[in-house]
Design a protein around this ligand. Structure first.
Ligand code: AMP
Length: 594
């Protein structure tokens, strides 16, 4: 598919959309020039949903129909833990598929539907700007989003009529926006404090690839909490000056104004808050100081230093090792937050990019790269499923684990299982299951080698995936140097639904699969022990007395019986007995060695 690709920051509080226009990434404004779209949707029975500022306004009159912060519910299963509306007036409840959703007047609604309404609005905005239809997008998600959350985001894109070309981690998008490119190897902290969430990610850029080394955060901490603290304080003052009833009734108005008071305090030392006709025709005003707000901030954001220190220690990075600290999220405009970041990381943070726009800008740069209209920036992708080969006993041997950052390379050495084996068949597998037969076969080839006793031939198998997602499997006989390669183009581009099915099957069958793997490994060990014992008997010949032979035969028989009955405990016992019982034979063999 070709055509323009949108870069979308689908945020908890706000969303933005951009595209590359005549070689430059631009964020697209609405008719009134606003680039930020509040991530709020109003579902009113009988009418089409509205999105953005107008939906936000409807919160006062129709709290149960107005959905904000739906991102907190995206892809979340009831098994992940409890969920709520994050202070909004709607109800959250489990849906038929074991996922959290929203109770709306027209019925249970999954969070993807809300996200899709926001994406549709962004798509519409971009189409109006460009004057043509758009069907492709890059969408950002928090670095800690698990697979189901990423898949839900993709589904939301599809519901909105967009093919999601890539899901990009938000800190990586921010790094792209801050202009970190291929030649700026280093380590970076991305400090992202938005309306409803805090994320601190440590990124590394090496050989043109961004890697998230660690991420810590709090999905329930952000500027909204400071707005709530301001509301509390205003309400306390109204209570003291106008009485309890006034305090209860004026709360929504106070809440509505708290955010702009907070924003003003980023510019000024003190602000006067005027509320005309607040209660029964009575106007009211009060003054808030920056020093008071900073005190509140140190209480509300008390956990941020711990989270930052944890992210640094998880990544094994010292603040002195950081090349830059990038600020993202509207709340980082607050001077107190900037000072906090500089104290935590022992350096002045980089504020050269608008913190509200960094993620969307990065998504747009990535979109431009995919489109081919921007060059010189890294591409980033991960393997959707594990890749490996089949080994003895029909087991999956993983070489490149799922979520390996592309480009990547890894290899392993193997040997033969039986004497005089003429070669090996290398079967390339993809999937998360323990047994080869349950994974998908991507291809196979034979690598012949000269006959030799088992365990002597050495075969190296290497998997490498280049920046275009092409997998090359190399098999080499390390003794003769002869080699074979196979190129596979379908290893990275896998249908999401299939990926999701594979992952959920592996979770479903985890215990059973593991038991099967353990059994196969034990069986292979037992077969090896049987072969070794028979060999020892043959070599020693008449040196083994009749009663000794009978003893060993009995022990071998017990192992063979355990193999037939598939009883792991019995197999372990009989192997231990065989091991004990054949010690004298092993000693005699050893003494024959020169
Ligand atoms: P985001 O989720 O990144 O869009 O961030 C939105 C949050 O940033 C909201 O809580 C806003 O109130 C807050 N915010 C935006 N601008 C400022 C500012 N100048 N000072 C303080 N907070 C701000």
């Amino acid at each position: 598919m070709s055509g323009p690709i949108l870069g979308i920051d689908l945020g908890t509080t706000n969303s933005l959309v951009g595209l590359v226009d005549t070689g430059f990434p631009v964020l697209i404004p609405d008719d009134e020039g606003r680039r930020i779209l509040p991530s709020v949707v109003h579902f009113h029975p009988g009418t089409a949903p509205t999105v953005g500022e107008s939906a936000k306004r409807a919160r006062l009159t129709h709290p149960a129909e107005v959905i904000g912060s739906a991102k907190r519910l995206m892809g979340r299963r009831t098994a992940d833990g409890p969920a709520d509306s994050g202070g909004w007036g709607y109800q959250v409840r489990p849906g038929p598929d074991g996922r959290w959703g929203i109770d709306l007047p027209h019925g249970w609604t999954p969070p993807e539907t809300i996200a899709a309404a926001i994406l549709r609005e962004l798509k519409r905005r971009a189409e109006a700007y460009l004057g043509r239809d758009i069907h492709r997008a890059v969408i950002t998600v928090p670095a800690y989003f698990h697979d189901a959350q990423r898949q839900a985001t993709k589904r939301a894109g599809e519901l909105a009529g967009l093919t999601v070309e890539r899901i990009l981690n938000e800190p990586t998008a921010a790094a792209l926006a801050y202009g970190l490119s291929r030649n700026q190897a280093g380590r970076y902290a991305v400090f992202d404090l938005g309306g409803g969430t805090f994320d601190l990610s440590i990124l590394e850029q090496k050989e043109g690839v961004f890697r998230v080394l660690s991420t810590c955060g709090d999905t329930r901490l952000g500027g909204d909490d400071l707005d709530a603290a301001i509301t509390e304080e205003l309400q306390r003052r109204v209570h003291a000056e106008l009485g309890p009833e006034a305090a209860i009734h004026s709360r929504p108005t106070l809440r509505q104004n708290a955010e702009s008071l907070k924003i003003d305090l980023s510019q000024r030392e003190s602000v006067q808050a005027d509320f005309p006709f607040l209660w029964q025709g009575q106007s009211w005003s009060t003054t808030l100081d920056r020093s008071w707000l900073e005190q509140e901030a140190s209480r509300v954001f008390a956990n941020i230093p711990n989270l930052c220190r944890r992210a640094l220690s998880d990544a094994g990075v010292d603040p002195a090792d950081l090349d830059d600290v990038l600020l993202v999220g509207g709340q980082t405009r607050m001077p107190w937050i900037r000072t906090l970041a500089s104290e935590l990381f022992h350096q002045e943070p980089n504020t050269s990019v608008d913190p509200d726009e960094a993620v969307a800008l990065g998504a747009t740069i990535q979109a431009g790269m995919l489109e081919g209209s921007l060059r010189g920036v890294v591409l980033l992708d991960v393997t959707p499923l594990s890749l490996g080969i089949e080994t003895f006993g029909g087991l999956m041997n993983v070489i490149l684990p799922r979520n390996s950052t592309i480009p990547c390379k890894a290899g392993e050495q193997f040997t033969s299982a039986v004497d005089s084996q003429p070669g090996v068949r290398i079967k390339i597998l993809q999937g998360e299951r323990e047994l080869a037969k349950d994974n998908w076969e991507l291809g196979q080839f034979d690598l012949p080698f000269p006959p030799a006793p088992r365990g002597v031939p050495r075969v190296g198998v290497q998997f490498s995936i280049d920046a275009d997602g092409i997998l090359t499997v190399l098999g080499r006989d390390l003794t003769t140097g002869s080699e074979q390669t196979l190129e596979i183009r379908t290893a990275v581009d896998v249908d999401d639904v299939q990926v999701e099915a594979m992952v959920s099957q592996s979770v479903e069958h985890a215990l059973q699969d593991m038991a099967e793997r353990q059994w196969v490994e034990a069986r292979l060990g037992a077969e090896r022990a049987i072969t070794m014992t028979r060999k020892a008997l043959a070599i020693l010949g008449t040196q083994v007395s009749g009663p000794e032979q009978a003893d060993v035969a009995r022990l071998l028989n017990a192992v063979e019986t355990a193999l037939r009955t598939r009883d792991p405990r019995q197999l372990k016992e009989s192997l231990r007995a065989l091991d004990e019982g054949t010690k004298p034979l092993a000693d005699r063999l050893m003494s024959r060695l020169p």
